[in-house]
Design a protein around this ligand. Structure first.
Ligand SMILES: Cc1cc2nc3c(=O)[nH]c(=O)nc-3n(C[C@H](O)[C@H](O)[C@H](O)COP(=O)(O)OP(=O)(O)OC[C@H]3O[C@@H](n4cnc5c(N)ncnc54)[C@H](O)[C@@H]3O)c2cc1C
Length: 459
């Protein structure tokens, strides 16, 4: 790794970690389960497997260090969001399955907090919910529609509720607030502390983690690395935004970048004005996804999409940093919260997330080849990866459970188009979303092209 891990993000910088890599794979070895990637997906899988059957020989192989990828760098929203909507899932798997998937996500938020507590992981997990403010009449209509749709699927007041302007501002006093949706099903975390603490918990359970070990190929019951070959009954691919770099998997998940900024710790008086007293995660109802949290040390960490997709699904360290996107994020943050105009931005960073062609995350195990996978979370992976880890443990152990019956299990997303079609498609969708909000602001009407892109994606 060329970069000092502390430079990767606010979270890496403040995790209080010694980032010296664990020893690499010492040479050829045989195990029961080989996990590729030491992010949340790989580590949760190892965690639940080792707890369920301590006799299993589980090894985790990581090219950099545990928590190097999105798991160490994200917005810290441990939410119940799942990238495929109930309507999309219901059309393919039925209503009960679709609702079951979203209910399982709600329970997962608490499961993450429970494990953090049980394992003594100090990751500042706090369940304050999410407040999504509506700052234009079009956004307000979208907020109302969201609540109406949720009711149609049987989600009640305890799941999502519409707040009037005053109540919304009491939670989060952004500019131009006309109302908000609020859901209690979300917590905030310090992601690097969770992923690093999880790595230690997994080791305490007897799992071996080898860092600085580059996996060069994954095949049926075998993993090739620059340090030797691992033969395994099951091979779990947990490489998310980096998957396209593996041989034969270039069109599996498109790496789309999400970027973030963080301010210096803000004075109490500023927090008095902003709110977020329950450490609610926050955003607004614009098209282009933005997300924020009040950190445990009193900063604002704020992120969003909008960075370019790179031809050929290239993933490079330099793509983590796009000055124009950082500047745009700062502009949006100050426009929402003028009280932070003079606050210094102390950290800027980003990373790739994995986007499947149909935007539906999936998890599965092909028993014939012993190849297992989980991912395609499209930026909702903090809690979804926990559900994936529990599900993979059940699948590997041959158990039929409520989790293995969920509709995302065994779901196969189509592959992305070859280039240049992939680049044209992803870039166009990103551009439409980026301009849609400006169009709405100017015209006061819903941006039709953004609605069309959403419809094409089935969301
Ligand atoms: C800036 C940003 C903000 C985000 N915000 C949120 C949020 O607030 N809430 C949310 O739910 N989700 C968020 N996400 C998404 C979320 O972080 C991810 O979905 C989740 O962390 C994915 O976990 P993972 O373990 O599957 O992948 P990763 O954490 O990316 O782990 C994959 C690991 O595999 C390793 N690897 C890759 N290739 C190889 C190889 N060939 N050999 C060995 N090792 C390899 C990588 O080094 C990496 O450590 C965000 C993502 C980003 C980038």
């Amino acid at each position: 790794m060329t970069t000092d891990p502390r430079m990767l993000s606010l979270w890496h910088d403040t995790a209080g970690e010694d980032w010296t890599p664990r020893p690499p794979l010492p040479g050829d070895t045989d195990v029961d389960v080989a996990v590729v990637g030491a992010g949340f997906t790989g580590l949760w899988t190892a965690y639940y497997l080792a707890r369920a059957d301590p006799s299993l020989r589980v090894v985790v192989l990581e090219r950099e260090v545990a928590g190097f990828g999105a798991s160490g760098r994200n917005g810290g929203w441990c939410s119940a969001l799942f990238p495929a909507s109930p309507a999309w899932l219901a059309a393919r798997y039925g209503t009960e399955a679709a609702v079951g998937q979203h209910r399982a996500m709600q329970a997962t938020v608490d499961e993450v907090g429970a494990v953090a507590q049980r394992e003594g992981i100090e990751c500042s997990w706090a369940k304050g919910g999410t407040v999504s403010v509506a700052r234009t009449p079009v956004q307000l209509e979208r907020a109302r529609e969201e609540v109406r749709t949720a009711r149609g699927w049987g989600f009640g007041e305890q799941d999502v509720t519409l707040l009037g302007a005053d109540e919304a501002r009491r939670r989060f006093d952004a500019t131009d607030v006309l109302g908000a949706t609020y859901t209690p099903h979300a917590a905030v975390i310090h992601p690097a502390r969770l992923v690093r603490g999880l790595a230690r918990a997994v080791e305490r359970l007897g799992v071996r983690i080898h860092e600085s070990t580059d996996v060069t190929g994954i095949g049926p019951r075998v993993v090739s690395t620059d340090r030797g070959r691992v033969r395994a009954g099951v091979v779990v691919r947990a490489t998310e935004g980096y998957t396209a770099e593996l041989p034969g998997l270039r069109r599996q998940l498109a790496p789309v970048y999400s970027l973030m900024i963080a301010t210096e710790p803000l004075p109490d008086a500023t927090w008095e004005r902003i709110g977020l007293h329950g450490r609610e995660t926050f955003n607004d109802h614009r098209h282009l996804i933005v997300y924020g949290q009040r950190t445990a040390d009193g900063r604002l960490a704020f992120g969003g999409r909008g960075a370019p997709y790179h031809f050929g699904s290239r993933v490079r360290p330099e793509h983590d940093r796009e000055p124009a996107t950082f500047e745009a994020l700062r502009r949006v943050l100050v426009e929402m919260l003028p009280a932070v105009r003079d606050a210094a931005v102390t950290h800027t960073w980003g990373g790739p997330l994995g986007v499947p062609r149909d935007w539906c995350a999936s998890v599965g195990l092909d028993r014939r080849t012993g190849l297992a996978w989980a991912g395609g979370y499209v930026g909702d992976g903090v809690s979804t990866s926990n559900l994936a880890g529990r599900t993979l443990a059940d699948l590997v152990l041959g158990r039929s459970t409520e989790l293995t019956a969920l509709p995302w299990v065994g779901h196969r997303s189509p592959r992305w188009e070859p280039e240049p079609l992939r680049w044209i498609g992803v870039s166009t969708a990103l551009r439409v979303m980026t301009t849609a909000d400006a169009v709405e602001q100017r015209t006061g009407r819903p941006a039709r092209r953004a609605q069309l892109v959403n419809r094409l994606l089935g969301h």
